[in-house]
Design a protein around this ligand. Sequence first.
Ligand code: KG4
Ligand code: ZN
Length: 336
Amino acid sequence: MKLLSIESSCDETAAAVVEDGRRVLSSVIDSQVREHQVYGGVVPEIASRRHTENIVGTTRLALEQAGLSLAEVDAIAVTAAPGLIGAVLVGVNFAKGLALAAGKPLVPVHHIRGHVAANYITWPGLEPPFLCLIVSGGHSHIVRVEDYTTYRILGRTQDDAAGEAFDKAARSVGLPYPGGVALDRVSRGGDPERYPLPTPHTAGKYDFSFSGLKTAVINLSHNAAQKGEALSTEDLAASFCHKVSGILWDKLEAAARDTGESRVAIAGGVSANSWLRERAEQGCRQNGWQLYMPELPLCGDNAAMIGAQGYYELLAGNTAGMDLNGRPYMEIDSKF
Ligand code: KG4
Ligand code: ZN
């Protein structure tokens, strides 16, 4: 079964064709990152307008690269939540138009479920159940993926998402948006022990808290500026990446130990972080666990992951009618 999938929840306009949830026939991503960079973050209204301009061309290209016409795909999958609502609605309405015109089923996909499903593309043998750490710009969760459309949330952030903490910490030391990418890049030559950062306390054993860490970085850079002292961006970036990847791994490891799960995945934009990937590789090797991570181009927002998850939603009968609406917020374990 071939799904045409559309993603427009943040600042990438993306379309893809995916076969049977695993094989990517085409994947086109039109990124707006450069345009938002001058503002230091995503400007929602600009994002919506760019999606409106680019969505037709992006989708045409995805079909063309897959060598298929709209009539030849079996269903239309679209990110319908969560995300910037104006941006989400562009994709939702466009997908509705396509589904209506072509007489195809419409499959709403939860964006974060899509991030988890990026692993199905990279790992054709991966099937639930498994444990997954999901770390993106808006979410930080540890979930047990019970089956393709059922999730048990074990832990979540109490304040900022991991990606948000990366972006804000990066901004405070003058690095460009998206800060996580820049911070990771400059951190590689840095000393991870140079700036000790606090370990946050959380109520739940598998919960996260990143706002204190973010503030610690901001305070360090402000204090240095006030005293006229030079701060090593490389060392601070390395210290931050080291600290955050350690926290993420420790929580995931505890959850895997406690649940007896030996299949462990990571997903979301922050799963591209080189420190986290190394930490998870090392930890899984030590424990004799199997680690699943999306290949780098599938970590960030893309439509292929929406097509992968859309296939399993379609198999489960989770289609929508023409009254489908987008939602800015939605839990991973709830239904459209
Ligand atoms: O999943 P994603 O592309 O979009 C959302 O669904 O939010 O995640 C974007 C987040 C941004 O905060 C970005 O800075 C972060 O992922 N990110 C990284 C890296 N690459 C992207 N954070 C740390 N290290 C990276 N290499
Ligand atoms: Zn995302």
